[in-house]
Design a protein around this ligand. Structure first.
Ligand SMILES: N[C@@H](CCC(=O)N[C@@H](CS)C(=O)NCC(=O)O)C(=O)O
Length: 212
């Protein structure tokens, strides 16, 4: 398999964790976002959306991290990334989608850039925007954990899966922007439990070959 990603991209980190949990190897093709390599003709031929990550399996390109992760879960079912019970699956997916649909798109590189270039936001204003959506999103994650979490070692039980795959990169990203996450102790507890595992630690941006 060929993984196209960027070390600092949280959606690429999601995919790295999922593949590590499943013990899947891949050839890495670094795509630098600062160098705009995601907009080159070469990369657009892999993912016409011009976003990372993308995964190529036997010549077929897959895009959108959550879709790729569910594809991998279906083609390599062990260990499962979602619980067997449909209601429990819906809770895990809802948690993952708070990150994937409600937090990440508002703070993506192209959105932050647009705010700065089109609307002349200063770096301080941009960081305030970022921090605002982190605070709103993490309050929602914390509430969801409180209502449905169940008190296991991880977010929804004693094994990590899709929820942690989405949470950990978002925490790592918020830390890079120096956001104070102390108001979300449930999320931090799950984050710490994950970072004690090799699959989350060795896939962290700081250990990637393209890290600068
Ligand atoms: N919903 C997509 C989002 C992908 C995405 O936006 N990736 C970011 C990096 S985390 C990116 O490529 N950003 C480039 C840009 O904003 O120009 C997914 O989950 O794969």
């Amino acid at each position: 398999m060929d993984l196209y990603g960027f070390f600092r991209s949280s959606t690429s980190y999601r995919l790295r964790i999922a593949m590590a949990l499943k013990g899947l190897d891949y050839r890495l093709h670094p795509v630098s976002l600062p160098k705009m390599e995601h907009r080159t003709a070469d990369y657009l031929s892999v993912n016409p959306q011009g976003l990372v990550p993308a995964l190529v399996v036997d010549g077929q390109a897959f895009t959108q991290s959550l879709a790729i992760i569910e594809y991998l879960d279906e083609t390599h079912p062990e260990p499962p990334l979602l619980p067997a019970d449909p209601a429990a699956r819906a809770r895990v997916r809802a948690f993952a989608q708070i990150v994937g649909c409600d937090i990440h798109p508002l703070n993506n590189v192209r959105v932050l850039k647009y705010l700065q270039t089109r609307w002349n936001l200063s770096e301080q204003d941009r960081n305030e925007w970022y921090g605002h959506w982190i605070a709103a999103g993490f309050a929602d994650l914390e509430a969801h954990l409180g209502q449905h979490g169940g008190g296991g070692r991880f977010a929804f039980g004693d094994t990590p899966g899709l929820a942690e795959i989405c949470l950990v990169p978002q925490v790592a990203n918020a830390q890079r922007f120096s956001c104070d996450l102390s108001a979300y102790p449930g999320c931090l507890r799950v984050f710490e439990a994950c970072m004690a595992l090799d699959a989350f630690e060795r896939t962290h941006p700081r250990h990637q070959p393209d890290a600068t």
